[in-house]
Design a protein around this ligand. Sequence first.
Ligand code: ZN
Length: 326
Amino acid sequence: MTFYFARGKGIIFTFSEQFAHTAADRGTYGPAWMRIDLSRAESHNGSMYCDAHIHLVDLEEREHSFASTPLPFPWRAAVVTHAHAEFTRSEALRRLLPPTIAGFGIHPQNPDMRNAAFLSSLCAARGISFIGEAGFDFFGDSAITTREPDAARIQTEAFLFQVRLAASAGLPLVVHARKATDMLMGYGRELAAVPAVIFHCWPGRLEEARMFLKKGINAYFSFGTPILRDSRHAIESLRGIPCSRILSETDAPWQPPHGSPWSRREDIIAVVDKMAKVLEMSSSALLPVLEQNFVDAYLLHGMNRDSASCAGSETQEDSAHNAERV
Ligand SMILES: [Zn+2]
């Protein structure tokens, strides 16, 4: 999860018109920020939207019946959980939804190693498809996220436990990092032993992304609603990272777009549209690329890359990376 506002405290937001313009046409009701232009999705000929990072139980607390409200576009997602009870509830929600994949992790904001045994049992029983989110958080908004030796030691213990478990179980690892890419960089050798590393809501610079790839890490970089507000680092990274390494996410409900109190599944449309605009390609062309990258990142093989190319935006480095991976 990525907190752009203080979690559990009052959230200050202002009305945005960006979601309001089709409400009347579609006969929808509710607050204006909820009226997302779904016609954008309908025009992409049924292409699959892939959300690389979502919290179903946290979303349900805000949208009680979301799981029984079908989305009017093909959708799949990677679902993260961080406690036993949350996992149980999340699995019940997943059964109501189109196919999703489940993950469990010890979050750096609550690096409670009492969850380690449950995580290990899920891996042993193949009850999850990936581990995460795991990582480092030194944002400084709580004692555990303050960059001090004790907090760093506790976060490191949880992180390394999960990195090693992902490597031994052969599972992808979803990484959360805030003000901590330098810490992660120090564990390049350990991360290179993990079959795939997904940096959710990639917070770093393009140069840092390149360094992770140069370390031989099978890294993927996921982009969420920060690109909607033109986050400079996110735009720079998205333009320069090989196209075969990018993913889309909502982190719902934790990445509220401007004017919304939380992010929703439907926000994936705006994220993909903005990514396409940044990459100077159409959303219709980008969607199959993101779908194939989702399959690759989460090791869900069995699909081909025939239609997945970033025509018009492929760089030399992109070609080299694609060639490397054949
Ligand atoms: Zn998250």
